[in-house]
Design a protein around this ligand. Sequence first.
Ligand code: SDX
Length: 376
Amino acid sequence: MSTVGKAGLEDVVVSTSDICFIDGREGRLLYRGFDIDDLVEQSSFEEVVFLLWQGHLPTRKELDAHVKAIRATANRKLPPKMIAILRALPRKTTPMEVVRTGVSALSAFDPDAADNSRDASIRKAMRVTAQLPTLVAAWERIRRGKAPIAPNPKLSTAANFLYMMTGKKPTPLAEQTFDVALTLHADHEFNASTFAARVTAATLSDLHSAIVAAIGALKGPLHGGANEQVMLMVEKIGSPERAESFIKKALAEKARIMGFGHRVYRVEDPRAKHLRRLASELGQQVGDMSAVRILDTVGREVTAEKKIYPNVDLYSGAAYAAMGIPTDQFTPIFAMSRVAGWIAHVLEQHANNRLIRPRSEYTGPTRATYVPIEQR
Ligand code: SDX
């Protein structure tokens, strides 16, 4: 048996994969070999979904068919009984609890739920990826005492989500910004939630179960939940003038600053620069740059003091807040995008599977003698 690796499986390579490459030293991120900077400039989230699942960029004909399917009401709509399930939940249920519960419930209505064949998995993949934004937006409306807004098949995934959240079609800048944010969050190698999906898929469990496992992992503040915590920090700081004293105090108290550091990147996360640009463009459009200015000051101090860098979660919330999205919806938005990556990894795991079952080095007592309770 090999020796125990570093805590948290740090630097442990568990298997090969063709889906995503991260260069932690150079700060590079590739989806199926394509640099994230090129995909942000030239692609779209819907095309990136195709790329992740199929392993190549689509032809015009393939893309048209894929976009038609991912926007189709038949794939986007929630089963009517799902709305009744959502209405039965306490209004205080957090959006991430609704995402976890909702995806689990969706499997009960999915005709292919128990079929792990690639064709059935692609059909389920299309449905779950198309339904997640509808689920997130429906809860936003229900918890505010409003009726959910039906999806609009004429709108892109990005525009349709913002429309279902607010009832208004987004500006072209808001749609483009949100589309880029979805592209940036779509996959990231064997991060905690993706690995949770692969471990579940490796038991030959179904796609919905693997996604629910991933959602549970993403929810944690050390992972996808960090973007929400960053904005709570920004709200606590209140103004750019107070940022420097706040962060100096937090660092002196050895606090963990959300939005910074990464298990793989040793330099700035290549996604952060795009999200900072989006947050700045939207902040200028709405006439409020305070969140970006606060985060810039925090970033300067944290990097100078701790030599750790911004990650994907630092500026994403500032962009979403500028679009009027509530803070506790930031991690559900992360899930709406990352579901594309989770699915790509489940497809890859199922295509060449072996049960994932590591060992532990036992450090407990051996040969303990059982003592009857009367003598304890
Ligand atoms: C995501 O893995 C992925 O790919 C994830 C992700 C994806 O796309 O799927 O990129 C998305 O989850 C991004 C990360 C979001 N999380 C946060 O922003 C939470 C804050 N970040 C940290 O908790 C931390 O940086 C982690 C969890 C992200 C990574 O931590 P590691 O690799 O376990 O490192 P560590 O906690 O052992 O810290 C190493 C050192 C420590 O110093 P010492 O105690 O050894 O002196 O760096 C310090 C830590 O104190 N450190 C931090 C810090 N991150 C690391 N100190 C203050 N604030 C931080 N954020």
